[in-house]
Design a protein around this ligand. Structure first.
Ligand SMILES: [Zn+2]
Length: 367
């Protein structure tokens, strides 16, 4: 899902990253084949700028390809097959082309459609804003994939781990992570030079970037105590201009140090009722780490299990090692915001993540 439209020259920043999986589009009724719609079209490309904070993947987490279009699912149900015509562009087939509605976007509302074009930004921008005619070819339900999105407090998805003691694994210490290189990535980080990229703003007045930095610092200490080589992607500030360069730099660090694991720590934004832990990953190589993290988080923190999801967030999509992004609770829910802003909770979350890494390392020995 693309929360921004570069053509409009605006970025939806912290809120977009802070709320993965919390935006579940309402569904329109299936459209009748042959029905035509007059829509206003724009185009987008594969660049990070066009897809922030996701990689170049559609709503279902699949790589974007020609023929993909983003729609307002309240107008055109996701999965609907379409024929698009009436535009003028040398980058698209002349006359018209068949398309599938597989994506959404924060700026794609109402009678809007956004056409994926696999070209650099500068070329994609040439498309401008055009009136197009869209003919419904087939009803929805043709996309052979299950949506990877999570609802804020949904209980769906792939894992419902049994509880176990997340603290038992952390006390012995002593080199059990020797030879492991781990990158810890506390999300966001304000920077007065570029604006306040604080991530989610808690209803209790505490910002996500502050909480996750404290958790990250504690996790670094825990992992180092067990012999791992540990890198952290930021201190109080994000040292690269957010949002795009900051994400690129976080991934670049992990690649440069040949990290074995990448752990991105976030807190969520949703409604006043949203609650629980969500863990995100993209590539199959990261699935078992995601499971370990989700299981340990639920067991150690007492937060609700709000599911494991596949989503193409940049840091989990662009990294080449097992990588997860954990959303440890909702800052939009007052009791949960208060809980996840405490030092005691930060200690618990750090030890849960440490335990998850130990469990993963045990199951995937280096030698
Ligand atoms: Zn975040």
């Amino acid at each position: 899902m693309r929360p921004i439209l570069a053509l409009l020259g605006t970025f939806v920043l912290a809120s977009a990253f802070a709320a993965p999986g919390t935006i579940e589009p309402a569904k329109a009724a299936a459209l009748a084949p042959g029905q035509t719609l007059s829509l206003v079209a724009t185009a987008y490309g594969p660049s990070l700028k066009d897809n922030y904070p996701y990689g170049p993947v559609d709503y279902y987490g699949k790589p974007l390809k020609p023929g993909d279009v983003a729609v307002d699912p309240r107008v055109i149900p996701l999965g609907t097959r379409l024929y698009v015509s009436g535009y003028h562009s040398s980058m698209l087939p002349s006359g018209g082309f068949y398309a599938v509605a597989v994506d959404t976007g924060g700026a794609i509302k109402g009678n809007r459609i956004d056409i994926f074009i696999n070209a650099p930004d500068a070329q994609v921008l040439n498309f401008g804003i055009q009136d197009v005619t869209v003919t419904v070819v087939g009803a929805s339900g043709q996309v052979a994939s299950t949506p990877k999105t999570g609802g804020g407090s949904q209980q769906s998805s792939s894992s419902s781990p049994a509880a176990g003691s997340a603290s038992s694994g952390t006390s012995a210490g002593g080199g059990r992570l020797k030879g492991w290189t781990i990158v810890v990535d506390p999300g966001h980080g304000r920077d007065p030079r570029y604006g306040n990229y604080t991530g989610a703003r808690g209803v209790n007045g505490v910002s996500e970037d502050q909480n996750v930095l404290d958790i990250g610092d504690r996790l670094v200490a825990d992992l180092r105590a067990q012999g791992a080589a540990v890198y952290i992607t930021r201190g109080a500030y994000d040292p690269a201009p957010p949002p795009v360069q900051g994400l690129i730099r976080r991934v670049a660090l992990a690649e440069k140090v040949h990290a074995d694991l990448f752990l991105s720590i976030h807190q969520n934004d949703g409604s006043a009722q949203s609650h629980g832990v969500q863990t995100y990953y993209y590539w199959p190589r990261s699935a078992s780490l995601a499971k370990d993290v989700q299981q340990a988080m639920v067991a150690a923190t007492g937060l609700t299990n709000a599911g494991i999801y596949r989503r193409g967030f940049y840091v989990v999509y662009r990294t080449t090692m097992p990588a997860i992004l954990v959303e440890g609770g909702f800052l939009s829910n007052r009791p949960e915001a208060n809980l996840i802003s405490t030092q005691a909770f930060h200690v618990k979350e750090a030890s849960a993540l440490d335990f998850a890494v130990l469990a993963y390392a045990k199951a995937n020995p280096k030698h």
